[in-house]
Design a protein around this ligand. Structure first.
Ligand code: PMP
Length: 286
């Protein structure tokens, strides 16, 4: 997967502020508001056989995430869609990850940033399975309340507690952290939504303080198509013990079965397997 080559030292083309530039020239100044004050939003997308799965929804979410942080992306959804496809083609890829990012520039260096220019870039690269063997431990941070942060924005700043939680989990030998929300209910992992299979039904937390993932919404549709009841509700951490199967969903994670949470182990069961098959068929169909 080439993960060992630093991301700023690779070859290819990156779309930046309206044009394709050589990968190594896609730079920003160190005095950028987005870097200092996290006035930055991003997306994560996947292309399958040359087509980005749910591209329009991702481009729209980038625009919406920016609006939640008080800034307007200077491109329409259609322009972002076109720029994404242009970037994939320019890099000669067909199955890849796509990373659009938008941030406030350098005109102001303080908390206020009303007069900053908005920058947008789109990079693409090959990226295989996100979670080859998913084991979870409880996170050291909780998802904040909607009164504490713009929780429905895919904002860079909200990932601070994710990186810290993931590092703490990795230090204990786990692949990732399971985050509770500010009330103590099960929320999500540091980069994916979570589903429990309980007696033939799917249970998933209400997305009222974290990202209502595009993959999460797709999986709910796929389950309903199969006649599997889907129950969105508050889930207490004690209930995880009573699930027969657990999986997570996300653009990078796709549908990944959870092998263990702390010392409780789970099998890859029939409901997860069926949904993984349906999801693979859907992404292949484009
Ligand atoms: N939660 C978090 C914190 C994420 O980073 C992601 C990945 N974008 C998701 C959930 C899943 O969202 P999606 O299915 O839209 O990729």
């Amino acid at each position: 997967m080439g993960e060992l080559i630093p991301f700023d030292a690779r070859d290819g083309q990156i779309w930046m502020n309206g044009e394709l530039v050589p990968w190594k020239d896609a730079r920003l100044h160190v005095l950028s508001h987005g870097l200092h004050y996290a006035s930055c939003v991003f997306e994560g997308e996947r292309a399958y056989a040359g087509k980005v799965f749910k591209l329009e929804e991702h481009s729209q979410r980038l625009i919406d995430s920016a609006r939640l942080l008080g800034f307007e992306i200077p491109y329409t959804r259609e322009e972002l869609d076109r720029a994404t496809m242009e970037t994939i083609t320019a890099n000669g890829l067909s199955d890849c990850y796509v990373r659009p990012v938008a941030w406030r520039g350098s005109e102001q260096m303080g908390v206020s940033a009303q007069n900053t220019t908005i920058h947008v870039a789109i990079a693409v690269w090959e990226w295989g399975a996100y979670y080859p063997d998913l084991t979870l431990t409880h996170a050291i941070f909780r998802r904040p309340s909607p009164e504490t942060a713009p929780v429905h924005s895919k904002a860079a700043g909200l990932y601070m507690i994710c990186t810290l939680s993931k590092h703490a989990a990795e230090a204990k030998g786990f692949a990732d952290a399971l985050m509770l929300d500010y009330r103590g209910y099960v929320a999500e992992t540091t980069g994916a939504n979570i589903f429990l299979v309980m007696n033939g039904s799917l249970h998933t937390p209400i997305a009222d303080c974290f990202l209502n993932g595009i993959t999460r919404r797709t999986v709910i549709e796929l389950a309903e198509r199969r006649g599997i009841p889907v129950i969105e509700r508050h889930i207490l951490p004690e209930e995880l013990d009573h699930a027969q199967e657990i999986f997570v969903t996300g653009t990078a994670a796709e549908i990944t079965p959870v092998r263990a949470i702390e010392d409780r182990r789970y099998q890859l069961g029939p409901v997860t397997r069926d949904l993984m098959d349906d999801f693979a068929a859907l992404t292949r169909a484009g």
